[in-house]
Design a protein around this ligand. Structure first.
Ligand code: BGP
Length: 471
């Protein structure tokens, strides 16, 4: 086994993460309704790598027992998943779909039998199309519909789920849904983006209040995509650009859920642009989280040299395809000349995870933190029945070491969910970008454990890292 180099706290959660739309498939089965993503992929195949769709995904709806068995065999004691809103409420209104609820009953029972504790996200981007058609997150009524949906889930599953996340990455979903237009509903309107993000924050607070009422003792959090934003140079202008970007992308979401308030500088910025939504004094009430889910992939480097607004996401995995993110007059993200990058141009920087966790600890000392997503997209292949994903082992090891350093500084990290359990539908990247511990052959749905799955099993069972590097 090797000598233990890092022991994790007792009870640490070792698992992986998925989202309903990315793995379930069975898009038209047992009464499920369309989500905005189903429709977007059907209507805009040119926007998704190779025109992929989530119709079948990993067929988890039918293969969930096999997937739970993989978790058990490979030492997972936790699993982060999301519920499909359009499977439970196909039209986004009050009419529930009993077969959808039955599916999650079966899944939770299987997880319990396998000794795997669920961490459940209510909303991971699959808004019912019926609500999308009426204005989606720009419409205040969507907040009401979300509150009803959340209440139904708390009531039905609250006896078996004790960790809940209201939303997954509201920053990423509003940014790409309403500003860059890369995700559905494909809007490119700053006012819409700020309004949608505000409604998501309200929806979070509403659901948290309801959950605490309906299931006393439940622990309710949120999963935020956080990214340290460094100034590209030491200049005052770049420092200011980094602060602005940090306000828009991180603090706008982080401060309400950790401190119950919005960041003043970002409020002032939106006000000066005339895009600040009208807000009620009690809208954020009840939204303080019991734990924070940190989703971390890469840091950013901000330059003040931002003449034009520009957005592009590398969704091909070809190194030469650039990404771009710039808001005219505010900031532009630039490549780190010293950085290590994945094929999809995401910088690999484990220290960023340590910095983020320590930052959260500084804002809410001792708050339980779970790394709810962290992983690397690779072009994994099965060769002679094996997948040698040494790059993933190195990535996860380095990030777990970063978690260890955050623990040394007093942060209360309680678990790590690697993204992802299985290779899945990677949104606009289709199926080429593989993240799983388990390789999925999308023609046959065969699951093959990658080398990283066995490596992670040893880490989980030892509850720590050893100097046996396995790579
Ligand atoms: C996060 C999402 C996940 C997941 C991951 C990897 O933003 O919450 O659903 O997909 O990123 O991103 P991608 O699949 O776009 O590479």
């Amino acid at each position: 086994m090797g000598r233990m180099t890092r022991r994790f706290p007792e009870g640490f959660v070792w698992g992986s993460a998925t989202a309903a739309l990315q793995i379930e498939g069975a898009a038209h089965e047992d009464g499920r309704g369309d989500s905005i993503w189903d429709v977007f992929c059907r209507e805009h195949p040119e926007r998704i790598f190779e025109g992929a769709t989530p119709e079948v995904a990993c067929d988890h709806y039918h293969r969930y027992l096999e997937d739970v068995e993989l978790m058990r065999r490979f030492g997972h004691n936790g699993y982060r998943l999301s519920l499909s809103w359009p499977r439970l409420f196909p039209n986004g209104d009050a009419a529930a779909n009993p077969k959808g609820f039955d599916f999650y009953d079966r899944l939770f029972d299987a997880l319990a039998a396998a000794g795997v504790a669920p961490n459940v996200t209510l909303y991971h981007w699959d808004l019912p199309q019926a609500l999308g058609a009426r204005g989606g997150w720009e419409d205040p009524d969507t907040v009401e519909r979300f509150a009803d949906y959340a209440e139904a889930c708390f009531r039905r599953f609250g006896d078996r789920v004790s960790l809940w996340a209201t939303l997954n990455e509201p920053s990423w979903s509003t940014l790409h849904g309403y500003l860059t237009g890369i995700h559905p509903p494909g809007r490119t309107e700053p006012r819409a983006a700020v309004l949608a993000s505000w409604h998501l924050l309200k929806a979070h607070a509403r659901a948290a209040r309801i959950g605490h009422e309906v299931v006393p003792g439940s622990r309710i959090g949120i999963a935020l995509n956080l990214s340290p934003i460094h100034p590209a140079t030491d200049s005052d202008a770049d420092r200011k650009a980094a602060t602005i970007a940090d306000g828009i992308l991180n603090r706008w979401f982080l401060e309400p859920v950790l401190l119950g308030r919005l960041p003043e500088d970002t409020v002032a910025l939106y006000e000066s642009c005339g895009i600040l939504p009208s807000m009620g004094a009690s809208d954020l009430e009840g939204g303080l989280v019991d734990f924070l889910g940190v989703n971390y992939y890469f840091p950013n480097h901000a330059s003040a040299d931002a003449g034009e607004t520009a957005f592009a996401l590398n969704n091909s995995g070809r190194k030469e395809d650039a990404s771009a993110f710039a808001l005219a007059g505010l900031f532009r993200f630039v490549r780190n000349p010293k950085g290590r990058y994945t094929d999809w141009a995401w910088e690999i920087d484990p220290a960023g995870l340590e910095q983020l966790i320590v930052r959260v600890h500084g804002l809410r000392p001792g708050l339980p933190v779970y790394v709810t997503e962290n992983g690397i997209g690779l072009q994994d292949r099965v060769v002679d029945g094996e997948v040698q994903d040494d790059a993933r082992i190195l990535f996860v090891r380095e990030h777990l070491e970063a978690v260890g350093r955050a623990l040394d500084q007093g942060a209360n990290v309680r678990g790590y969910y690697m993204w992802a359990l299985v290779d899945n539908f990677s949104w606009v990247n289709g199926f080429k970008k593989r993240y799983g511990f388990f390789h999925v052959d999308h023609a046959t749905q065969a699951r093959t454990p990658k080398k990283s799955a066995s490596w992670f099993r040893d880490v989980a069972l030892a509850n720590g890292l050893t100097d046996n590097r396995a790579t």
